[in-house]
Design a protein around this ligand. Sequence first.
Ligand SMILES: Nc1ncnc2c1ncn2[C@@H]1O[C@H](COP(=O)(O)OP(=O)(O)OP(=O)(O)O)[C@@H](O)[C@H]1O
Ligand SMILES: [Mg+2]
Length: 250
Amino acid sequence: MLEINDLHASVEGKEILKGLNLNVKAGEIHAIMGPNGAGKSTLASIIAGKEEYEVTKGNIVLEKEDIEELAAEERAHKGIFLSFQYPVEIPGVTVTNFMKTAINETRKAQGLEEMPAKDMLKKIREKSELLEIDRKFLSRSLNEGFSGGEKKRNEIFQMAMMEPKLAILDETDSGLDIDALRIVANGVNKLKSEQNAIVVITHYQRLLDYIIPDFVHVLYDGKIVKSGTKELALELEEKGYDWIKEEINA
Ligand SMILES: Nc1ncnc2c1ncn2[C@@H]1O[C@H](COP(=O)(O)OP(=O)(O)OP(=O)(O)O)[C@@H](O)[C@H]1O
Ligand SMILES: [Mg+2]
């Protein structure tokens, strides 16, 4: 599904990713952990194609196709979904209308007609029921006055509606209570399939009690320096990141 080889990337002349490798297959959930400033959000942004980052070396392959040259929009149309660590507010645009537009833009890019209104409504109903989203929530302005948990719920709803091939969820650490963690986790578990792959960026070992990752990676100073299973997250929780630094320097 996704293959990243020897990725080097900079922002404003500063190198942030320093030879990163990652291989994610369809049907898998990967968790990426690592200290603040290691480059986790940068990696997510680069996969999604945000323009402020410059890839100086290496490549990113989605389903056998090199995607570094594609614009963010084109990548989204190919099925890459990125949730935002800091979501934008769009006053006057409802959660539902935002989704309708996003879905129809993707369809247009794929040469399809707009989704008929009744199919759209059916899909909205199905997915909001699956994720236990209140009707009233759907007619609110996007992210405006949303609590942390509501933002997360909205992101998961967007993901459910878009049905991406590759979803990257970058979790913010502040302000997420145990309910918000459960929302993210339940959403991810319900949307997991053999056709898609999910990358979860988190500082929370606890999240991984609910979402069982197939692999856990440690991103440290611009590289993935260690990979393992769920137990690695427990080890990090217990020992922090210093021992990894010692391991690298040894
Ligand atoms: N647009 C930018 N301009 C300048 N520096 C940037 C930019 N984006 C990222 N950086 C820098 O790159 C480094 C990695 O940042 P990044 O946001 O990827 O870290 P992170 O691993 O997601 O950290 P956190 O756990 O705190 O979310 C940091 O030193 C950050 O200041
Ligand atoms: Mg981050």
